[in-house]
Write a protein that binds this ligand. Structure first.
Ligand code: FES
Ligand SMILES: [Fe+2]
Length: 412
């Protein structure tokens, strides 16, 4: 991100702190709770946004070297993503061409050759069928046209993107739109994979997504944890087509006031959250990139799966000469001296993401889901200070041809 943009965002957040303000959508809207429970809508969403829409699978660091691979079953089809001998990223249907067994069930690893566990046909990391066992018994066979079925895929700006349809089209630049140069500037491709986790809970994928879209809840829901580290209301918000960016100030932002602007760094003094339509959040903070991908449960509208992956990105952050960051572990996390720059141990980072989301955000999201399912609460209200929620819901409604969200007026 350009230095001027970092300074602009930090100034916006500092002004919000000084003025006691928050981002402002200019109006309140009503979101019908049926959008979290309707099976027909869920089927349309699945079809439009998941089955037939490009999907971020991970970052380049998920496939660090030739022979690296990972698998996914989150999009309704088994996917095998590889980096071949030449370093090229591929996404295949993870189904052997003999009788459809997955050629590996490992979540990730390194293999230059995949031997199908059923009858041991072997495939290369570029998908070619290398050999079939006992060909003299199996029958005459043209190996050259029975490689793994390849899906459209692209690796750009450090993102691994796949289209779940063999004949789908995929253009990372048009997915990112005006955000492309900014995403490129972070050099996400050099971030290295640290570890990940998954959360499978009873809340619709859009309620899960909503928890990333407002920081109005920091002072309350996160009062004993994140609120010690962040100024929740001080959130800069910008839209880029169907994507948006939220930047929330950490309490360390106050230290920026004492520094020359060329030493201002937004990922030292705040969290940058990119929402990429339809289901991905890329979060940058203190030398760590976290990727959140949220998937609907196809059998249960009120359930979703969140995949969390964390990556080390030492280049995201600023080394100020003579300044030592304090390294926080899970003990010191919530009593940190926020006048000093913070870095987290890996364990803390993973725990922070998992426990905050699972025990606080999604815990409450499950309650909202239950309220929606009760049928007694007709709509939820998105405040003026929750513009990202307006944006997300407006966008997917628009894409599905649903009427726009109605304005909420105090008179009723
Ligand atoms: S299904 Fe893979 S070798 Fe038979
Ligand atoms: Fe939260």
């Amino acid at each position: 991100m350009k230095q001027e943009m970092q300074v602009d965002l930090l100034k916006t957040m500092l002004k919000m702190i000084d003025d006691g303000t928050a981002p402002d959508a200019g109006r309140m809207v009503k979101n019908p709770t049926s959008s979290y429970v309707c099976k027909d809508l869920a089927a349309r969403e699945w079809n439009t946004f998941f089955e037939n829409h490009p999907q971020v699978l991970g970052l380049s660091g998920d496939l660090p070297e030739s022979g690296s691979f990972m698998t996914s079953n989150d999009l309704g089809i088994p996917i095998l993503a590889t980096r071949d001998k030449a370093g090229k990223f591929h996404a295949f249907v993870n189904a052997c061409r003999h009788r459809g067994a997955p050629v590996t069930e490992d979540e990730r690893g390194k293999k230059n050759r995949f031997a199908c566990p059923f009858h041991a046909w072997t495939y290369a990391s570029d998908g070619k069928l290398l050999g079939i066992r006992e060909p003299q018994m199996f029958g005459e066979f043209d190996k050259s046209c029975h490689g793994l079925i390849e899906l459209p895929s692209a690796e750009k700006y450090g993102l691994l993107v796949v289209h779940p349809q063999v004949d789908g089209t995929l253009d990372v630049d048009s997915l990112l739109g005006e955000l492309a140069p900014e995403i490129e500037s972070w050099d996400l491709g050099s971030a290295t994979y640290l570890g990940g986790s998954s959360i499978d809970m009873g809340l619709n994928w859009k309620i899960a997504n909503d928890t990333f879209g407002e920081n109005y809840h920091f002072h309350t829901l996160h009062k004993s944890k994140l609120n010690n580290l962040f100024h929740g209301d001080a959130t800069a918000y910008d839209e880029y087509g169907r994507n948006h960016r939220l930047t929330v100030a950490s309490r360390f932002v106050d230290a920026m006031r004492e520094r020359p602007e060329n030493e201002w760094n937004v990922t030292d003094a705040g969290v940058v959250v990119y929402y990429l339509f339809p289901n991905t959040q890329v979060v940058l903070f203190n030398r760590v990139v976290s990727l959140f991908r949220i998937y609907p449960n196809r059998n249960e509208v009120g359930r979703s799966l969140t995949r969390i992956a964390n990556y080390s990105a030492q280049h995201i952050g600023l080394d100020v000469p003579g300044e030592q960051a304090q390294v926080l572990d899970s003990e010191s996390l919530y009593t940190a001296d926020t006048s000093k720059r913070m870095e987290f141990t890996l364990e803390t980072q993973l725990e922070l993401a998992r426990s905050t989301i699972e025990e606080e955000d999604y815990y409450m999201g499950e309650k909202s889901q239950q309220a929606a399912e009760s049928g007694k609460v007709e709509h939820f209200i998105f405040g003026r200070n929750e513009p990202a929620l307006h944006h997300f819901h407006t966008n997917y409604r628009d894409a599905l041809g649903l009427p726009p969200l109605e304005e909420y007026r105090a008179a009723g």
